[in-house]
Design a protein around this ligand. Structure first.
Ligand SMILES: [Zn+2]
Length: 251
């Protein structure tokens, strides 16, 4: 594993799941136009997000570059497969209708109850998904701009977030067979006892692929991290962008 650039420690862990803000002072990143960042990020090949994805996984350091690329591809395929499977089974229905079929209750509150972190969406077992609208509302104006529409198309961000979270509900339901839950990394062995653990990154990659495959968007949903963070802080979005670009090249 090559090392991370010192000044690019993440402030946001990523849109989905375990975001947190850190309390130390942030460096000032180069000021960038949103449209320029999105254009570059949309050009990153779908499978080149592996390093960024794993950088958010506590087990990151345990996986070789080679193995990480294999995991990326398998997890991505898993998400795509489930998107296809869902369409074959239920037809080309909206994300909300799909949620209904899965027995999931979807809510759209403005903000999470605890405000110590930035959170865009979450799945709570057994059947609750919340999409927090504050971040989406903040970027509503941007995504209507023609220059950004050229890159993102007519994207419905809350649907993409919902689809991502729906995949986590699928994982729960099929945890004994689904790739993201059955693939485990061996952390240590003691005699006959082997300690093996799931990898968060696999779930996240597959959830992104599911959202990508089901919604028909043309870019990796990981890009939405920068868009949504931009609504809160242009500087943070620029830092996150640098980090993503660096990971996509150094992999
Ligand atoms: Zn997730």
């Amino acid at each position: 594993m090559s090392e991370q650039p010192m000044d690019l420690k993440p402030l946001f862990d990523g849109i989905f799941g375990k975001q947190r803000t850190v309390l130390y002072e942030r460096p000032n990143f180069e000021k960038r136009e949103l449209v320029d960042m999105l254009k570059e990020l949309a050009n990153i090949p779908l499978l080149y997000w592996d390093r960024y994805a794993f950088s958010r996984d506590p087990l990151d350091g345990k996986v070789s570059d080679e193995q990480r690329k294999i995991y990326m591809e398998k997890a991505w395929n898993c998400g795509i497969e489930w998107a296809d499977r869902s369409k074959n089974e239920y037809g080309d229905i909206s994300a909300e209708k799909l949620a209904k079929i899965f027995g999931i209750e979807v809510e759209y509150p403005v903000l999470p109850e605890s405000t110590d972190r930035v959170l865009f969406a979450e799945f709570r077992e057994p059947n609750h998904i919340r999409i927090y609208m504050d971040a989406i509302n903040k970027v509503e104006e941007f995504i209507k701009e023609d220059s950004i529409k050229d890159i993102l198309g007519d994207v419905n961000i809350s649907d993409v977030l919902l689809l991502h979270e729906l995949f986590h509900s699928i994982e729960e339901k099929y945890k004994n067979e689904i790739y993201t839950k059955t693939e485990k990394i061996r952390l240590w062995s003691l005699g006959f006892f082997h300690y093996r653990s799931c990898m968060v990154a696999l779930s996240e990659i597959a959830a992104m692929a599911f959202a990508f495959g089901y919604s028909g968007i043309k870019f990796s949903p990981y890009l939405l991290d920068v868009l949504l963070v931009y609504g809160y802080s242009e500087n943070e979005a620029s830092g996150l962008y640098e980090e993503m670009m660096w990971y996509s090249v150094n992999r």
